[in-house]
Design a protein around this ligand. Structure first.
Ligand SMILES: [Zn+2]
Length: 521
């Protein structure tokens, strides 16, 4: 992360897939007139569709309704793979909220919506609804470590920080630790509470040291590194202060050794497994600057075809953000939630391409800041850009790119063709029934046993505003929230099937009308 902050203005045109021109005037890969092509497909497809039972990847199913065939045909596993390769690729850096990677991904999605011909539904005449955030970074020139006898460690290229507390100054007893090899350990009786820990760790030990140290609640931890340290921005969200109880960062090895020597640490302590504690106090002085910024929800609108009913609308959404870059770790978030973001994009394109439009309108949404507390969807439902009372229901997709894998008895291979529906029977049932109906064309086996994740994705903010919801979820697996959640592990047929199911269900919901809510027992 570069130290100069990326403060997003009103969205500028930054197409990231290398094609020029503003997202508002797209140059389509397949040439200028998707609709003509669509019409052609309609004639041929409907003839083919009505004559033979369709075969989905999960067995024999009914062919899709002829009037929806054109859009249906555009939803493919190949397309999902191409888009997910980008979204969960290095270019978007794990799409962390408040990080450049998320902004690039949001611009990319906006570019796609313009390409499909969907209307901007964000602030002003844009695809973005900006949620205000604050970015916090250290004034590195003013940060220093004060040691004994006026020893001062300071300056760019010497100190770097990635986690901050609200305190500007942290005092504590200095401790020097060194970890070699995988599975690093610490003496049972070691007390590091309120200490300022300077540690060295080789590549094998490094990934697990932060968690090991955190258990001992030091006031701050500084890792010795050989390259010049850099700082990572911290993002603060509306109404929230930092939740960090301890600071962490990096220090140039030579300066860390200088401090250790001044406090009596043995020569070469950082080259072997070592614990050296002192009673000497050091002070970590952190000066921070805060900068207002914004992170966007991305919104596209497909106007309904019925003049009487088009003021009512269905929402279909997925969170676009993931964990981004943290220290030297990148979290690609292919399944969480690259898969859902791609599925909603596939549905957006399909509905835009299909000649027959739904009677009611459809609002497509990609949420920011889900991983940090469902904040993007909360911000939208607290600051809706379309009247909430006209929203008839909300479809959410999160993690539909993998088979659930919870170990023996519920392993990956047992869950091919399985998908969870969460919340679709809360408050009312017609929406649930409508999805079961649409599934006659897809062939999923539904699992309805995960209400435990009910409030762990964006649909809950809509439900809390009285909107019926249906959450499609693939299930947990060992790569959940790990750097290993990569595109090469994705089941693209499942993303395609999930998108096909919700394409049909959203169309049906747009014809169905309102879903009266009954009071929960
Ligand atoms: Zn997620």
């Amino acid at each position: 992360m570069k130290t100069d902050l990326f403060v997003p203005q009103a969205p500028t045109c930054v197409p990231v897939d290398g094609r020029g021109g503003c997202p508002r005037f797209p140059a389509d890969r397949r040439g200028r007139c998707p609709r003509l092509l669509g019409l052609l497909l309609l004639v041929c497809g409907s003839f083919a569709m009505t004559t033979r039972p369709a075969l989905s990847q999960y067995g024999e199913v009914e062919p899709p309704p002829a009037e929806l065939a054109v859009g249906f045909e555009t939803i493919t596993a190949q397309q999902a793979e191409a888009w997910l390769g980008l979204l969960a690729g290095p270019q978007f850096e794990g799409r962390g909220t408040g990080q450049v990677g998320y902004m690039k991904a949001a611009h990319w999605v906006a570019g796609k919506l313009a390409e499909f011909g969907l209307e901007p539904a964000g602030d002003g005449d844009t695809y973005f609804q900006m949620m205000p955030i604050t970015i916090r970074l250290p004034e590195i020139d003013a940060c220093r470590i004060l040691g004994p006898e006026d020893l001062v460690i300071e300056g760019p290229g010497v100190l770097g920080f990635e986690r901050y507390t609200d305190q500007g100054e942290i005092r504590g007893k200095a401790a020097f630790l060194s970890f070699i090899g995988p599975e690093p350990k610490l003496p049972e009786d070691l007390d590091l509470r309120e200490a300022i820990v300077f540690y060295a760790a080789d590549a094998a030990a490094a990934p697990s040291v932060p968690r090991l140290l955190a258990r001992l609640r030091p006031a701050a931890t500084m890792r010795l590194i050989d390259s010049p340290p850099i700082s990572s921005p911290q993002t603060l969200f509306p109404g929230r202060r930092s939740r960090s109880t301890s600071a962490s960062g990096t220090i140039l090895r030579t300066e860390g050794q200088r401090l250790a020597t001044a406090l009596g640490a043995p020569e070469g302590w950082d080259q072997e497994t070592k614990v050296f504690t002192t009673d000497a106090e050091v002070t970590l002085r952190l000066q921070l600057r805060e900068q207002p910024a914004g992170t966007p929800n991305v919104l596209g609108w497909l106007e309904g075809s019925d003049p009487e009913l088009k003021h009512e609308y269905i929402v279909i959404g997925a969170h676009l953000d993931h964990l981004g870059v943290s220290g030297d770790q990148l979290f690609p978030g292919a399944d969480d939630n690259g898969s859902g973001s791609v599925a909603v994009l596939s549905i957006a394109r399909a509905m835009a391409a299909n000649p027959i439009k739904p009677k009611r309108s459809v609002l497509f949404m990609w949420f920011t800041a889900e991983e940090v507390g469902l904040l993007g969807s909360r911000y939208y439902t607290d600051n809706p850009l379309k009247p909430l009372e006209n929203m008839t229901c909300m479809f959410n997709i999160d993690m539909v790119g993998r088979n659930e894998d919870q170990g023996p008895g519920d392993a990956d291979a047992d869950n091919e063709g399985h998908i969870h529906l969460v919340g679709s029977q809360r408050g009312e049932t017609a929406l649930h029934g409508l999805i079961l109906e649409a599934n006659k064309h897809i062939g999923f086996e539904f699992e309805l046993d995960m209400e435990s994740v009910w409030n762990r994705s964006d649909q809950v903010n809509f439900y809390n505003k009285g909107v019926p919801v249906a959450f499609m979820f693939g299930g947990f697996h060992p790569d959940y929230h790990q750097p290993s959640d990569k595109p090469e592990k994705i089941n693209y047929l499942k993303i395609q099937s999930g998108a096909l199911l919700y394409y049909l269900a959203v169309h049906a919901a747009a014809q169905h009308g309102r879903f009266p809510m009954k009071q929960e027992e």
